[in-house]
Structure formats: structure tokens, C-alpha cells
Design a protein around this ligand. Structure first.
Ligand code: RIB
Ligand code: CA
Length: 310
């Protein structure tokens, strides 16, 4: 087993966030989990995050973060993930409690205590942007940021905007322009890795509770996608951002200049990815994901669910 990278997962569970946490628990050293308003309100995403941490027996504490974007009102994705963020999925009971420390304080303190930490944001980038604003040296201390967000082509909330960026464009612009080493797993990449009923069926063969909960999460999101007329399949968006750190050889990343539109009437929340190859284009600031070996990624997902923690 190669060295397990040290991660802090910032998330808005969220069906795919939950699957990403399983991968992080299996293949990385998860120092902490921070929650943010996104797919659902902060109370819901925080409750879901600690429920998943408990399910996994993770040693990571959970820290609640920002309840809304830097500018404007909170925006959610209840039409996809349900009002509470995980549809009708009920996580097992547990007795864990949320840390008293705010997520942004935790992000600053944890990256001061330990170098070589990857930040893996899977929702709106509000917590990450707040931490960068408060501590300008943070981007120097971390190993990098591997984020799920944006797209080099079409969006999902609008023609050109992906939800995590659209929900807090100002935060995303701060992060993209921060100078941190960034890996961007946008929709152009994540849509290459789709789950369907065969994936849920394989997890149901598992004996571990986490596999059965994983199957329930997939069944629920497949039901929701079908009800939306999109068929019984869903892209494994957030899991890509975790594997981009734990298994980078599965990916093709290219250096690109990326910024975020914050003022466009029709383009607010768009990641503007400069793909020009002519001299004089702005210097690349982001590693943009263009390809994933989804077959190998799926095998890693199955192994993560089917192997008990050692
Ligand atoms: O657009 C997909 C992203 O938005 C994923 O992170 C999903 O969990 C939602 O947060
Ligand atoms: Ca998410």
C-alpha cells in the first residue's frame, strides 16, 4: 500500500460526498471532516457527515462550517439530493458529537500542525475561501487542493455552471486564484464515471454494513435520477476528487489558467478554462482533469466497501 496521503475532506453530503468519504477512509489518512452548506442546509450536511464518519468508524472529528456563501443566500440541490441531503437514506444511529471548533478555524489550525495536508473540497468552496482569506500562508503550507467543481464544457445547474461553483462563485474565484496547487475534477471529467444498478447490486453482496448503506445510497440517487427523467445512473462526482489524490495515475490532468465568472447574467458560476495554446495566454494556475480510468476507479470503490478496516 503506497503511503496514505493526509486529507481534510470538506463536504456537503450529499450522496456522492458519502461515497467519497468511504474512499478517503479506505485509502487516505483523514485528519478531519468539515461540513459546508451546499446540497442541503448546513445542519443537514453536518448531520450527514458525522453519520457517515460514525458508519465508517473514522477517527476523524467533524467540524461544522459556513452556513451560506460569501455573497447572497444559501443555494441547495434538494431536487437532486432531497431536502435533507441524502434522500430517504437513514444512516445508522450513533453517539458522536460535532466538534465545538468551527471548520474554518480547524482548517487553519490543522494545516499549521501538520504539513503535506491535502484539502479535498467536495461542495461549495466557502470554508476553503474563508480559511485562505484569514490565513494567507495556508496555501504555502498545504500539499494541494483537490476539488470537485466546475467544468471545461457544460454545466449542470445552468448551461455553463456546475453546482459547487455556482453556489458560491466568489469563494471559488478566491480559491482558483490563491496560488495553491489545485487539481480540478470538473463535470467534463466526473461524467466519465457513472454508477448504475449493477454497482448497487454488487455492494448488496457485501457483508459489511457500510456496503449495504452504500447500496442504499446508490439506489436512492438512481431512483431520484430516474424520477428526473435522467435514467437510473449517476456520475460519481465527488469520489473523483479523492482518487485524484490517492490514485493520481488514474487521471490525466493538464495545466490551464482557470478563473470564475462572478458577474455574468447568464454565466455567473462558470469556470473559465483557458485552453488556448498560443503564446501569451495567462499562466496556468490549475491542473484540470480531462480523463479518468473509470474501470480501475470502480474496482477501487468496490474494494473500499468490501474490505474491513485493518
Ligand atoms: O455538481 C456536482 C457537485 O454538486 C457534487 O459535489 C455534488 O455532491 C453536489 O455538491
Ligand atoms: Ca458534494
Amino acid at each position: 500500500m503506497p503511503d496514505r496521503p493526509a486529507l481534510i475532506v470538506d463536504c456537503d453530503p450529499g450522496h456522492d460526498d458519502a461515497l467519497a468519504l468511504v474512499l478517503a477512509d479506505a485509502y487516505a489518512d483523514v485528519l478531519g471532516i468539515t461540513s459546508v452548506s451546499g446540497n442541503a442546509p448546513l445542519d443537514d450536511t453536518t448531520r450527514n457527515a458525522i453519520g457517515i464518519a460514525a458508519l465508517l468508524g473514522s477517527s476523524a472529528d467533524v467540524y461544522a462550517g459556513e452556513a451560506g456563501p460569501l455573497v447572497g443566500e444559501p443555494r441547495h440541490a434538494g431536487g437532486v439530493h432531497g431536502r435533507g441531503g441524502l434522500g430517504r437514506v437513514a444512516l445508522p444511529q450513533h453517539d458522536r458529537v460535532i466538534s465545538e471548533l468551527h471548520a474554518v478555524d480547524y482548517l487553519i489550525e490543522a494545516t499549521r500542525k501538520q504539513s503535506n495536508v491535502w484539502l479535498v473540497p467536495l461542495g461549495p468552496l466557502t470554508n476553503i475561501a474563508r480559511a485562505i482569506e484569514r490565513d494567507s500562508e495556508l496555501v504555502e503550507r498545504i500539499e494541494g487542493i483537490s476539488l470537485m467543481g466546475g467544468s471545461t464544457d457544460i454545466g449542470n445547474v445552468t448551461a455553463v455552471a456546475e453546482f459547487n461553483i455556482w453556489a458560491d462563485p466568489e469563494a471559488a474565484k478566491i480559491v482558483m486564484g490563491s496560488g495553491a496547487p489545485i487539481r480540478m475534477c470538473g463535470l467534463n471529467l466526473t461524467r466519465q464515471w457513472l454508477s448504475d444498478d449493477t454497482v448497487a447490486a454488487r455492494l448488496k453482496e457485501g457483508e459489511l454494513v457500510k456496503a449495504l448503506v452504500g447500496a442504499a445510497i446508490l439506489d436512492d440517487i438512481h431512483d431520484r435520477m430516474e424520477a428526473l427523467g435522467r435514467g437510473r445512473r449517476c456520475a460519481l462526482h465527488d469520489p473523483c476528487a479523492v482518487l485524484a489524490v490517492t490514485h493520481p495515475t488514474l487521471f490525466q490532468f493538464e495545466p490551464r489558467h482557470v478563473t470564475v465568472e462572478t458577474r455574468g447574467i447568464y454565466t455567473r458560476g462558470m469556470t473559465v478554462v483557458d485552453e488556448r495554446t498560443t503564446p501569451g495566454v495567462p499562466e496556468a494556475n490549475v491542473g484540470v482533469g480531462y480523463h479518468i480510468d473509470s474501470t480501475s476507479a470502480l474496482e477501487l470503490l468496490f474494494s473500499a466497501f468490501e474490505e474491513a478496516k485493518t
